[in-house]
Write a protein that binds this ligand. Structure first.
Ligand SMILES: [Zn+2]
Ligand SMILES: [Zn+2]
Length: 261
């Protein structure tokens, strides 16, 4: 168990890559890096920029690094020769102390990264929550809008149905009226035909009656008297005599009447 745990930590530790502690840089470190007594590490560029000034101040924690060995430019992947020689000759306790300090630095860096990740994660979580809230609000407003539109659509549909119904009613009424009109037209036509027929019959007596009037009125007109008179006068003296005789019987009658009386 212990060995497994150890191997695990060593595995995760070896997988961990140091990043430049300058928060605007955070580049993955390799080759040469600058390490500080306050357990911070910087890329060669930022380290040489910051620590060329005196007094040197850690850009991560603002610690004063005035000691001779407070800042160290170091090789992160030292050569085999260096590794073989750097701790040689030191007391085992000293070797362990140095290793302990180096491991402490490593643990601190990992911890700082973890804290930063947690902070970023919580911030991202907050942003996600805010986004979710915003999305929920947006969804709600969209839903409200959608519902309003649906309501509008349904009312419009109702209106359309009403209009359709009214239209069909009007159409039906129009058809009814049309039928009535047709019927009336037919009736009118047949009546006209009928009256035309009766008028043709009527025109004879009508013209007759008017003729009568004409005949009656021109009685005094010479156009009637002319031919009649002609007829009378063409009758000759005999007929004229009879005519005159005929025209006088009233006198005769009255005479005879008088005579009788
Ligand atoms: Zn850097
Ligand atoms: Zn520092």
């Amino acid at each position: 168990m212990n060995t497994i745990a150890k191997s695990r930590t060593s595995m995760s530790a070896s997988k961990f890559t140091l990043l430049c502690n300058s928060h605007k840089c955070r580049v993955k470190l390799s080759g040469v890096a600058w390490v500080t007594a306050c357990s911070h590490v910087f890329c060669d560029q930022h380290g040489s920029e910051e620590f060329s000034r005196t007094p040197a101040v850690c850009p991560a924690c603002s610690s004063m690094l005035s000691g001779k060995l407070d800042v160290l430019r170091t090789e992160l992947t030292p050569s085999e020769q260096y590794k073989a020689m750097v701790l040689v000759g030191l007391q085992p306790e000293t070797v362990l102390e140095i290793s302990h300090k180096a491991i402490d630095f490593w643990i601190y860096q990992i911890n700082q990264e973890r804290l930063l990740m947690e902070y970023n994660l919580s911030r991202a979580g907050g942003q996600v929550l805010q986004m979710e809230k915003f999305m929920i609000q947006q969804n709600q407003s969209r839903e409200h809008e959608l519902n309003a539109l649906k309501g509008e659509i349904s009312s419009l549909k109702k209106m359309l149905e009403e209009y359709k119904r009214k239209y069909s009613e009007v159409l039906e009424r129009l058809n009814e009226r049309n039928k009535q009109y047709q019927k009336l037209q037919g009736l009118l036509d047949s009546l006209r035909m009928h009256t035309m027929g009766t008028v043709e019959k009527d025109t004879v007596p009508h013209t007759f009656t008017t003729g009568l009037v004409k005949q009656r009125s021109p009685l005094s007109s010479p156009s009637f008297i002319g031919p009649e008179a002609d007829r009378f006068f063409s009758l000759g003296p005999e007929s004229a005599k009879t005519f005159f005789q005929f025209s006088t019987p009233t006198q005769d009658k009255t005479h005879s009447f008088i005579k009788k009386n």
